[in-house]
Design a binder for this molecule. Structure first.
Ligand code: ZN
Length: 319
């Protein structure tokens, strides 16, 4: 899904719009350009894929134009060249303001490129032929077909290498357990401060995964599953240690029970009063919910990047 201002921009400039990938792309005024946004960072990226042609030796430099451009278009936070790309980063604000600023960035830069003899080219090798727009892991690039093939082959080889790497499940489990223990400590400290530990749940899950990878050699699907189980079990342990510590501080000390005995007394306390068992269950459920919300996207991201499960797609040139 793309916002209305992007759709309008595509219409007004005659560029293509990939609804699925959230990218506007194609040739504007003869210049290869892409526009995509990062919702979390609240930024819009306008990128031209271009180089000097050498036909206009007295032409102004693109880098100078970009350096001065934010004064002219105040929504532009930064603008610079990076290899064969010109990258303009804009603030995401109201649809109207953003739409106008992005359109200006596209038209002004394209004008400059045309006037000064810049030509569209592959980001990697600078070839002017056989260009297409590609989405690679959420990022956008313009490449020639040979360079894209190279990128694919490189990724394929790297994946094979990961597959061939031997993992050790036994040491992985130990690593995961040690990692989760760090999370337990964080959980208990936060619980002591009077909060249910959602952030600690994230720390716990991530440390369990990191621990597995560190000692197990690689994080495959089996390791991911084992680490998640360990994280869930250890969150339960953490909750009980945290709860037991509170029993110890409130009552245990007075009746001469140790911390460990206080933890063992939890079931007795829970059967004693509905209020206590309610608080116990509520904090546990909230802890798990926060853990899931915080940890799942992170875990999926970690797994995908460790195993190079990237999205690579060529956007069709329809216009
Ligand atoms: Zn190339």
């Amino acid at each position: 899904m793309v916002p209305g201002w992007m759709r309008n921009l595509a219409q007004e400039t005659g560029l293509n719009c990939s609804e699925k990938r959230g990218v506007i792309y194609g040739e504007y005024n003869g210049c290869r350009v892409t526009v995509h946004m990062n919702q979390q960072q609240r930024r819009v990226f306008v990128q031209f894929w271009t180089k000097e042609s050498g036909q206009y030796p007295t032409g102004e430099k693109l880098a100078d134009f970009l350096a001065a451009y934010p004064q002219q278009n105040t929504q532009v936070q930064s603008a610079q060249t990076q290899g064969n790309a010109a990258i303009l980063v804009l603030k995401l604000s109201s649809a109207k303001k953003t739409g106008a600023a992005v359109k200006a960035a596209v038209t002004d830069t394209a004008d400059f490129l045309r006037r000064n003899g810049y030509v569209s080219c592959c980001e990697q090798c600078g070839t002017e032929e056989g260009l297409s727009t590609y989405v690679v892991n959420g990022g956008v690039t313009v490449r020639c077909s040979a360079c894209y093939q190279q990128l694919q082959e490189g990724l394929h080889a790297a994946k094979q290498e990961i597959k061939a790497r031997r993992g050790n499940m036994f040491t992985g489990v130990i690593g995961s357990f040690v990692g989760a223990l760090i999370g337990v400590i964080v959980w208990v400290i936060i619980y002591q401060m009077g909060y249910v530990a959602g952030l600690a749940g994230l720390v716990l899950a991530v440390c369990a995964l990191k621990g597995y990878e560190l000692l197990g050699g690689k994080l495959n699907a089996g390791g991911l599953a084992i680490s998640c189980v360990i994280a869930v079990v250890m969150a339960f342990v953490a909750h009980n240690v945290g709860f037991g510590l509170i029993i110890y501080q409130e009552i245990g000390k007075e009746i001469g029970a140790t911390v460990f005995e206080s933890i063992r007394l939890i079931p007795d306390f829970l059967s004693l009063s509905g209020e206590i068992s309610g608080a116990y269950v509520q904090d546990l459920v909230i802890g798990y919910l926060l853990m899931i919300v915080a940890a799942v996207p992170t875990i999926i991201g970690m797994y995908r990047s460790k195993n190079l499960l990237m999205t690579m797609e060529q956007l069709p040139d329809v216009a």
